[in-house]
Write a protein that binds this ligand. Structure first.
Ligand SMILES: *Cc1c(COP(=O)(O)O)cnc(C)c1O
Length: 387
């Protein structure tokens, strides 16, 4: 067992990030070959619908630029971000035939920037529709071109998009609709990972009804989990994020996705303590007998959530090393009783890896894998392999 290391280090390895691999205490490895494999699986499953990549929030914390480049190389031509600023950054790094969509819509005053940068807004409200089509009509008269556009309709989530009466009103604006190139009508599923929930069918029915108001446009409804609800949910474009990054799109049953993320952190000190000695802030843990502890260089400032205190674990190969006491800002303490006595002073342990997925960590900390990935801080050295 000991001396065995993970063999992600091979082929071309690019290390980027604010920390070099020599000085960083933690190492985040992103396997772009696994990402590409996940893209192919989702694409094949959704075909003949096109398959986008959702790369908002820096591709769920994994790096929007390298992730998008890898998806583009795999044939992906549709990229969704949440903010215009994310779209502008990506625009400069992707070829012009990549469509970039902004999910959160048009902030008032940004219409011109959006159009000039060849970014496609997701129009979420009547006000956005009028502001955007005002510009489209001006440009159309001047340049004879139509602005590519997505309209979102709300089918139950009450979060973003036109309510059904607003959608009906907008659908009557034939002059304005004539000035845009309405690529897709989209909506978002609230409960897609719960495959038996009636909400899915209800949202599907509502989506069909609202989409019929815009017969010229394609449809887009499914996120990662929605792809696994079946072909009825695929329409013309699916929008996976989480599953690309290896998170499980299905609540029950095995995860069909390949692991993309490995997170290893450094042990910076080891010690023996006696029965009755306390550990960490608040003295919330007390040794029941002699214990061997290691202090690891990771804390809640690195997105290793404080709710993992005395609940989660690190791994050394397949050996589980439970967290003892509270997670601090920059460190935490683990029980290394399962390891041989003659470990070196400094060694690495896995926080996300072959024996513990981001979904497992999420379960221990009472959240979802999405939050685990997007919380990963900026202090890790990031390695991209398999690209
Ligand atoms: C984030 C998001 C997605 C991707 O969802 P996953 O569950 O990560 O696949 C798709 N569509 C919209 C509107 C989103 O906000």
């Amino acid at each position: 067992m000991r001396g065995q290391t993970h063999c992600l280090m091979n082929e071309d390895v690019a290390v980027i990030g604010s920390q070099s691999s020599a000085t960083a205490w933690g190492r985040l490895t992103i396997d772009l070959a696994a990402l590409a494999q996940n893209y192919r699986l989702l694409r094949d499953r959704a075909a003949p619908a096109a398959c986008a990549g959702v790369v908002k929030a820096d591709a769920y914390g994994l790096g929007a630029r390298p992730v998008s480049a890898a998806l583009y190389a795999e044939g992906c031509r549709h990229f969704f971000v949440a903010h215009l600023s994310e779209g502008l950054d990506l625009r400069a790094h992707l070829p012009t035939d990549a469509a970039i969509y902004v999910l959160n819509g048009l902030l008032p005053g940004t219409e011109q920037d959006c159009a000039a940068s060849n970014i496609i807004p997701v129009v979420n409200s009547v006000a956005q529709f009028y502001a955007w089509t005002d510009l489209a009509m001006q440009l159309g008269q001047k340049l004879g071109q139509k602005l590519p556009t997505v309209i979102q309709v709300d089918t139950g989530m009450s979060r973003l998009g036109l309510a059904s009466e607003d959608a009906a009103r907008v659908a009557k604006e034939t002059d304005r609709l004539g000035a845009i190139d309405l690529r897709y009508v989209m909506s978002h599923l609230a409960c897609a990972e719960q495959i038996h929930k009636p909400a899915n069918d209800q949202q599907l029915a509502a989506f069909r009804r609202l989409k019929a108001l815009f017969p010229q446009a394609g449809g887009s409804l499914a996120n990662s989990s929605g792809i696994f609800l079946g072909a009825d949910y695929h329409f013309d474009l699916v929008r996976p994020g989480a599953a690309l990054y290896g998170l499980s799109p299905v609540e029950d049953g095995p995860n069909p996705m390949a692991a993309v993320v490995q997170l290893e952190v450094q042990v910076i000190q080891t010690r023996h303590i006696q029965a009755g000695q306390s550990v960490g802030y608040g003295y919330t843990a007390t040794a029941p007998g002699p214990m061997r502890l290691a202090t690891v260089s990771v804390g809640y400032a690195d997105g290793w959530l404080r709710s993992l205190s005395s609940r989660g674990a690190a791994y050394y190969n397949d050996l589980r090393l439970p967290i003892v006491g509270r997670v601090s800002m920059d460190s935490m303490t683990i029980d290394i009783g399962a390891l041989p006595e003659d470990m070196p002073d400094a060694f690495r342990v896995d926080l996300i890896g072959p024996y513990q997925t981001a979904d497992d960590v999420a379960r221990d900390s009472g959240t979802i894998g999405y939050e685990i990935l997007t919380s990963l801080g900026q202090r890790y050295a990031r390695r991209y392999v398999g690209g």
